[in-house]
Design a protein around this ligand. Structure first.
Ligand code: SAM
Length: 256
């Protein structure tokens, strides 16, 4: 998403009901073991691009505090409403992760899941995100995140072509991907028909995801002052990255 591009507004409900949150459910299950293995804590957590809040609801306990920011007010409103039914109490704020509104050293863990950093489509903005995260973490604090690889966006998405993601009595969701090699950016046109009464309401959204190589990401992280501790194809099995990995996961630390 470019700054100001308001996707995930009309699509938010379909995102929640369409099983997309399974990704962050898995992260919620895997992350505690990963943090423990690396001697890291999650006493104060900031989730960038928190979406409808599944991860924060899973990680927030009585013993820590958790904050989420997202550009989409609709996603945030789903998060807030879901929260009212739960036991934990994350806080949510509408903010751009390029310039999150918190004082330095506020968190010991910052996270960003499910391609959200690919929505930052300029290298300059990605640099800002990393610099801001570095500023917001305490010394020794960790930034853990995933991104789609260039291979996923330029080959796997395109191989899939136009696809029907969902077709049931309530929702028809069609996705149409394309890729621009000049900007290394995938465009996903999403057309959704949502049943309303006896008729259907149409939602159109365009999502842009930029691909970055692991080397580009590592260069930007180091430039922002991070110690890059590791990068993998998968956070649970810690499989190494290779040319055809669909996703890359990073662990970076603010040096003490
Ligand atoms: C694929 S969703 C992932 C949501 C959530 N992290 C999850 O795992 O389900 C991408 C999210 O990124 C948010 N987003 C995109 N660009 C953003 C930005 N610059 N600042 C804050 N949120 C952003 C969108 O509004 C959307 O909620």
């Amino acid at each position: 998403m470019q700054k100001g591009n308001r996707c995930f507004e009309g699509f938010a409900e379909v995102y929640r009901s369409g099983g997309y949150a399974r990704f962050s459910e898995r992260v919620t299950r895997v992350l505690p073991g990963f943090l423990a293995e690396h001697g890291l804590s999650a006493n104060s957590v900031l989730d960038l691009a928190c979406g409808e809040g599944t991860f924060l609801r899973g990680i927030a306990t009585e013993n820590n505090w958790a904050v989420g920011v997202d550009l989409s007010r609709r996603m945030l409103s789903l998060a807030q409403n879901a929260e009212a039914q739960g036991n934990s109490s994350p806080l949510y704020a509408a903010a751009d992760m390029v310039s999150p509104p918190f004082v330095p050293g506020s968190f010991d863990l910052v996270t960003c899941w499910f391609d959200s950093l690919n929505y930052v489509t300029s290298e300059e903005d990605l640099r800002s995100v990393f610099e801001e995260v570095n500023r917001l973490l305490i010394p020794g604090g960790a930034f853990v995140f995933d991104m789609n690889t260039v291979f996923a966006l330029s080959v796997l998405w395109q191989r899939e072509g136009v696809s029907i993601q969902r077709n049931d009595s309530e929702v028809l969701e069609i996705q149409m991907p394309s890729f621009d090699f000049d900007t290394v950016t995938a465009k996903l046109e999403i057309l959704v028909m949502v049943r309303e009464g006896n008729g259907w309401r149409r939602i159109d959204e365009t999502h842009l995801e930029r691909g970055y190589t692991p080397q580009e990401v590592i260069g930007l992280l180091k430039g922002a002052g991070f110690d890059v501790r590791g990068f993998w194809e998968d956070l649970e099995y810690l499989t190494p990255l290779h040319d055809e990995s669909p996703r890359m996961w990073f662990l970076t630390i603010v040096p003490e």
